[in-house]
Design a protein around this ligand. Structure first.
Ligand SMILES: *[C@@H]1O[C@H](CO)[C@@H](O)[C@H](O)[C@H]1NC(C)=O
Ligand SMILES: *[C@@H]1O[C@H](CO)[C@@H](O)[C@H](O)[C@H]1NC(C)=O
Ligand SMILES: *[C@@H]1O[C@H](CO)[C@@H](O)[C@H](O)[C@H]1NC(C)=O
Ligand SMILES: *[C@@H]1O[C@H](CO)[C@@H](O)[C@H](O)[C@H]1NC(C)=O
Ligand SMILES: *[C@@H]1O[C@H](CO)[C@@H](O)[C@H](O)[C@H]1NC(C)=O
Ligand SMILES: *[C@@H]1O[C@H](CO)[C@@H](O)[C@H](O)[C@H]1NC(C)=O
Ligand SMILES: *[C@@H]1O[C@H](CO)[C@@H](O)[C@H](O)[C@H]1NC(C)=O
Ligand SMILES: *[C@@H]1O[C@H](CO)[C@@H](O)[C@H](O)[C@H]1NC(C)=O
Ligand SMILES: *[C@@H]1O[C@H](CO)[C@@H](O)[C@H](O)[C@H]1NC(C)=O
Ligand SMILES: *[C@@H]1O[C@H](CO)[C@@H](O)[C@H](O)[C@H]1NC(C)=O
Ligand SMILES: *[C@@H]1O[C@H](CO)[C@@H](O)[C@H](O)[C@H]1NC(C)=O
Ligand SMILES: *[C@@H]1O[C@H](CO)[C@@H](O)[C@H](O)[C@H]1NC(C)=O
Length: 401
């Protein structure tokens, strides 16, 4: 791993594609091909950060493997005897690939009085590849792990690209043509609309539908000024509370490294979208790729949303247009196709009455009739011209006979 300190290579361009087979001679039962670029950080108990940046899988040898019910392959770096393994585990959905890096800190962080206790950092690559199918992912996918021990915290961020893998059903050392591809990640502003509820005692008190995009500024390694990370929200874990005085909905990602918390208030039958708070762990490499300091939390809040998104208890607020809120720290929350209701006894769906439509929608709605009117007027003119031309032609025709 340390080798890459000396000759840091660029991920794009220098594609030293890595290729592993087990067994290495004869017909392989595990095959793995990829490009990668990785980082390992150690923050000691004095909060000093040591980095091993931009390393890959050069100078490694395959040291072990297996092809029984659980197939696996293990490699070792010659320079520091760190090991890495891929274990293929059949799940209900498909085959998950568990990956683990094991290293002795003192051999990796040379001359830093690091620990001699082996550190193991594991990650899971979830795939939907079935039995006898190969896995293929051309896009970059990020995997991260963090562990702490008596000597501090370790943070690992791995980037894999052009991945091909298969452990079951390989024939003659070739990947099955039956390929399972990684899913395309939609652009941040093209994540599908979600519908989320907060339910207590079988009663839904908050119903929210929206397409959500966050823009979060952060310090990126080697970049000047702030870098904007844009994230679309898809299939979040939903939690919240129906309490009369602090009703909120929280949208989180599966490992709780991102939380969006929206609180609602009610007074005199009026409902307000009161605050938005975003908290995100800087170690989440999918949100903050190459963060300059992955230890810590990004936090941003807007405590004064005012009456912009006001509605009534029995009604709902609706805005099809782009709604953008600026939060503290330069973060923004952008919503489309937004509709919410809160504090109703039990909301099964939005009621048709009492819908407060945002100003932007009212504008676009009045544009439509104007556009239709203009189009109709244009049509009348065209028909008239066509008629006149037709009449002239006809008359000419008549005259020439
Ligand atoms: C990696 O392997 C190459 C070729 O075997 C060798 O020239 C190079 O010195 C090795 N690098 C390290 C850091 O061991
Ligand atoms: C942390 O700081 C203390 C006092 O400054 C020092 O004695 C100790 O060796 C340091 N530990 C590490 C791991 O650097
Ligand atoms: C895997 O299977 C082989 C024979 O097919 C056997 O020799 C070996 O012991 C098995 N390994 C494990 C870990 O079960
Ligand atoms: C790595 O392991 C080999 C044999 O397993 C050993 O000879 C070598 O000293 C080890 N290297 C380090 C840096 O510990
Ligand atoms: C993979 O590596 C981890 C850490 O060294 C180890 O605990 C695990 O048993 C290994 N898995 C296999 C299948 O060898
Ligand atoms: C570690 O320290 C030794 C002795 O002080 C020095 O010779 C060596 O170059 C150092 N290694 C690194 C990687 O800094
Ligand atoms: C780790 O082991 C090396 C060599 O065995 C030794 O020089 C170093 O002091 C040890 N580090 C710690 C923190 O014990
Ligand atoms: C490809 O894999 C799928 C799912 O595992 C399976 O249903 C299908 O029959 C396979 N097709 C071929 C040609 O093997
Ligand atoms: C995978 O392929 C093997 C050998 O071709 C076959 O025996 C087995 O039934 C296949 N499994 C599935 C789930 O298709
Ligand atoms: C594997 O190779 C052998 C000999 O080269 C050939 O007879 C066999 O048909 C091949 N099988 C497949 C599935 O390609
Ligand atoms: C919620 O509904 C389920 C079934 O409809 C029922 O078993 C459960 O007791 C209800 N819970 C409460 C808190 O009312
Ligand atoms: C998100 O919320 C959960 C509990 O609701 C908490 O454990 C986690 O630390 C939060 N994440 C961040 C980044 O604050």
């Amino acid at each position: 791993m340390i080798a890459k300190l000396v000759a840091a290579s660029l991920f794009i361009g220098v594609c030293g594609a890595i290729s592993y087979r087990w067994p290495e001679t004869g017909e392989p039962c595990v095959m793995i091909d990829f490009d990668s670029l990785n980082r390992l950080w150690w923050e000691n108990t004095n909060r000093t950060i040591h980095k091993i940046g931009d390393w890959n899988f050069d100078n490694t040898t395959v040291i072990n493997g297996g092809c029984n019910e659980t197939a696996f392959l293990t490699i070792e770096w010659s320079v520091d005897n760190a090991t890495y393994n891929w274990t293929f585990i059949q799940s209900d959905r498909g085959v998950d690939v568990q990956m683990a890096l094991a290293f002795v800190p003192d051999r990796v962080f040379i001359n830093q009085s690091a620990s001699n206790e082996t550190v193991v950092m594991s990650m899971t690559m979830r795939t939907t590849m079935g039995m006898n199918t190969s896995y293929r992912c051309d896009d970059t996918r990020r995997y991260k792990a963090m562990v702490s021990d008596a000597t501090g915290r370790y943070f690992l961020a791995m980037h894999f690209r052009n991945v091909r893998m298969q452990a079951f059903g390989l024939q003659n050392g070739t990947y099955s043509t039956n390929v399972s591809r990684c899913e395309d990640v939609p652009a941040p502003n093209q994540h599908p609309k979600g519908t989320w509820r907060v339910t207590e005692d079988n009663k839904t008190c908050i119903l929210l539908t929206a397409q959500i995009m966050l823009s979060l500024p952060y310090d990126k390694l080697g970049a000047q000024g702030k870098t904007m990370s844009q994230i679309g929200i898809q299939s979040p874990v939903v939690s919240g509370s129906c309490a009369q005085n602090s009703s909120f909905i929280q949208l989180s990602d599966s490992d709780s490294s991102l939380n969006i918390t929206i609180t609602f208030s009610q007074k005199d039958n009026k409902v307000n979208w009161e605050t938005v708070e975003i908290r995100a762990a800087l170690d989440d490499d999918r949100i903050f790729p190459d963060a300059a300091n992955p230890f810590g939390t990004f936090s941003s809040v807007n405590n004064s949303m005012g009456t912009n998104l006001q509605t009534t208890v029995s009604g709902s607020y609706f805005c099809n247009s782009d709604t953008k809120f600026t939060l503290k720290e330069g973060a923004t929350l952008e919503l489309w196709t937004l509709q919410y209701a809160a504090f109703q006894g039990n909301i099964s769906q939005f009621s048709k009455d009492g819908v407060n439509v945002c100003k932007a929608d009212v504008k676009t709605n009045s544009i439509v009739p104007i556009a239709v009117g203009a189009a109709l007027a244009g049509l009348v003119v065209i028909v008239l011209i066509a008629y006149l031309i037709g009449r002239r032609r006809n008359r000419k025709g008549y005259e020439s006979v």
